[in-house]
Ligand binder design. Structure first.
Ligand code: 9MR
Length: 340
């Protein structure tokens, strides 16, 4: 009753974690936390091309199947991540794809993967991280392999294929670097809004925008993000916080002060975005500090382990767990019986 999922549900929110199949198989403490706390999960990596497509002719669905079964048994919804990204493209694809066959390869992948789970998924990240202002194109599109191989309409192709394969799943455009109050993030927000408007004008099927929310402790988020969320809502799209964590890179290493600042950053950010009714989903990018990607890819210069998630390395809830729960309550206070 004190769980995140109970407090989220009281405010009609979905919440949960990016999860790892091997941990759900082998780690009981990890699995218990996910079962207790989440009413939605997403695969951190297990539904990417690199995981699903060992070769051009083979699909490996073992992990993805396991995750969806786990979700359904635990009465959790599941998001799919992702159908198209400029990273994690398998080597066989790079070797064999040409402008003549790439569109067909993309469509076949989406039809097969989305079709397999049709009717069972909450949503799919159809296109991930397609804007890169520094690539210099007037439309802001990243000069990714997909753009080169499939052409300017690759985003549209992906969304239309996904809708055909599963008319029920909410189709999402997912992006990072659109959260902060600086010129770079503002330019990216504008480019995303323009992309969404172009898609709307062409009746491309899309239902939601994912704001990844890999944010930084001690940073103030504000009006730019709010204006963006309102702009998305005016296009009749929902907003999902899809990959939230709070890196503590800029903070001194002492743990107590670091945890307090991380917790405050979670609270301030969620208070801000949850003031907007368009925001309906909050996903954390991992369960415990033991397993965060931040200690591999974007780690601190002093090599002290980061503490960006809600549970510590022994799965004890940290201050930020309570901060997130309070932010959910602020959106919609839970019934007193839930406050056990
Ligand atoms: O957390 C993910 C990490 O384990 C993978 O090695 C990496 C490459 O596939 O992707 C990480 O997740 C990324 C997500 O898929 C898209 N947004 C940024 C996330 C962090 O890099």
């Amino acid at each position: 009753m004190t769980s995140l999922r109970a407090h989220a549900a009281a405010g009609d929110l979905l919440t949960g974690f990016a999860v790892v199949p091997s941990l759900l198989r082998d780690d009981a403490a990890y699995t218990n936390v996910v079962r207790e706390q989440a009413n939605l999960i997403v695969a951190e990596n297990a539904m990417k091309w690199a995981a699903l497509r060992p070769s051009a002719t083979r699909y490996d669905f073992d992990d993805a199947d396991m995750l969806l079964n786990f979700a359904e048994q635990g009465r959790m919804k599941m998001r799919g991540h992702n159908l198209l990204w400029h990273r994690g493209i398998p080597q066989w694809f790079t070797a064999m794809a040409t402008p003549a066959n790439a569109k067909q390869l993309l469509q076949a992948h989406i039809e097969t993967v989305v079709g397999r789970y049709a009717g069972r998924m909450h949503s799919w990240d159809v296109v991930n991280e397609a804007i890169q202002i520094s690539d210099g194109r007037p439309d802001g599109l990243r000069s990714s392999p997909w753009l080169r191989l499939v052409g300017d309409d690759y985003i549209e192709v992906a969304f239309r294929s996904a809708r055909r394969a599963d008319p029920q799943a909410l189709l999402t455009y997912n992006e990072y670097g659109i959260e902060a109050e600086n010129a770079q993030d503002e330019a990216k927000r504008q480019a995303v809004l323009l992309l969404l408007r172009r898609m709307r004008a062409r009746h491309v099927p899309i239902d939601a925008v994912g704001v990844q929310s890999h944010i930084s402790a001690g940073t103030k988020y504000g009006d730019g993000l709010l204006r963006f969320i309102r702009g998305v809502r005016e296009l009749d799209l929902q907003v999902f916080v899809t990959e939230m964590d709070v890196n503590d890179r800029s903070l001194a290493p002492a743990i107590a002060a670091r945890d307090a600042t991380v917790a405050q950053t979670y609270k301030d950010y969620l208070d801000l975005v949850l003031s907007e009714p368009a925001v309906t989903v909050i996903v954390l990018w991992g369960v415990s500090d033991r397993d965060t990607w931040l200690n591999h890819e974007d780690s601190r210069q002093d090599r002290v382990p980061e503490r960006p998630l809600l549970f510590d390395d022994r799965f004890r809830p940290k201050q930020d767990f309570y901060a997130v729960r309070d932010a959910f309550d602020q959106r919609h206070p839970v019934h007193p019986s839930l406050n056990g």
